[in-house]
Design a protein around this ligand. Sequence first.
Ligand code: ATP
Ligand code: TZP
Ligand code: MG
Ligand code: MG
Length: 261
Amino acid sequence: MSHLIEEVRKNQPLIHNITNQVVMNFTANGLYAIGASPVMANAKEEVGEMAALANALVLNIGTLTDMQVDAMIVAGKAANQAGTPVVFDPVGVGATTFRTQSAQRILEQVKVTCIRGNAGEIASLAGLSATVRGVDGAGDVDMETLAAQAHQKLGVSLVITGAQDILIHRGEKVILSNGHPLLTKVTGAGCLLSSVLAAFLAVTDDVLQAMTDAVSYYGIAAENAANEQQLPGSFQVSFIDQLYNLKSEEINRKIRMIRGA
Ligand code: ATP
Ligand code: TZP
Ligand code: MG
Ligand code: MG
């Protein structure tokens, strides 16, 4: 079975990230590891040009400012005009009014291809009951009900992550259960996934396939890293190595997927 990672490695898509200050370096290294080409650009004077040049755009509100949100909207509109995929990572939405209002502003003005967030963030974005503490989701939620309701409310493809990941695109659902709890001990594990997802979206028009291949690739790389290293610092380094090393044949053996559950 062919895997989109081969296309990412062959095409080296340019991924324009407007992202938070915590994860920039980790995100750039993770994108290099899968074979993509990262660029971080924030200034409103240049983001339109950069987004039009890129093969995918990531908007991540982790350390947002008013100016950065303005820039995200400029970049998002340029990407929309160029037909370039846009991934939105609503980090910590629901934790503060500013985050919630900014996320709404972005979604009103930019057509996003996919939103990637934890359950609390997605619930909060969709106006469903949610608990968000800082940038971490909390509390028990029925992920499948959440996915269906949020998808209907937001009208956008979703990747909702946690111990299980639920992907939903035009009503079609995929559940994946690869990954490792050590990912929750490394800052930026969610943010990097959003950028990896953008790289996969850059090489195909099949959104559900891109979401499935990106999330499973990422989760299996984490499992391999956890087999090598059991402490968070070394796990983070090993994870970058595994993102670089993972082969398609291994993915076909290790993927844990329930389609259309
Ligand atoms: P949070 O801030 O709540 O941790 P996040 O934005 O960092 O959210 P996560 O939901 O942690 O994003 O997802 C990042 C990656 O970690 C995904 O690949 C997901 O599958 C994986 N992951 C998260 N929690 C677990 C877990 N308990 N077991 C296995 N994999 C997990
Ligand atoms: N604070 C603001 S953004 C950020 C922190 C800790 C990084 C969040 O990364 P992730 O991928 O959501 O864990
Ligand atoms: Mg996290
Ligand atoms: Mg996050």
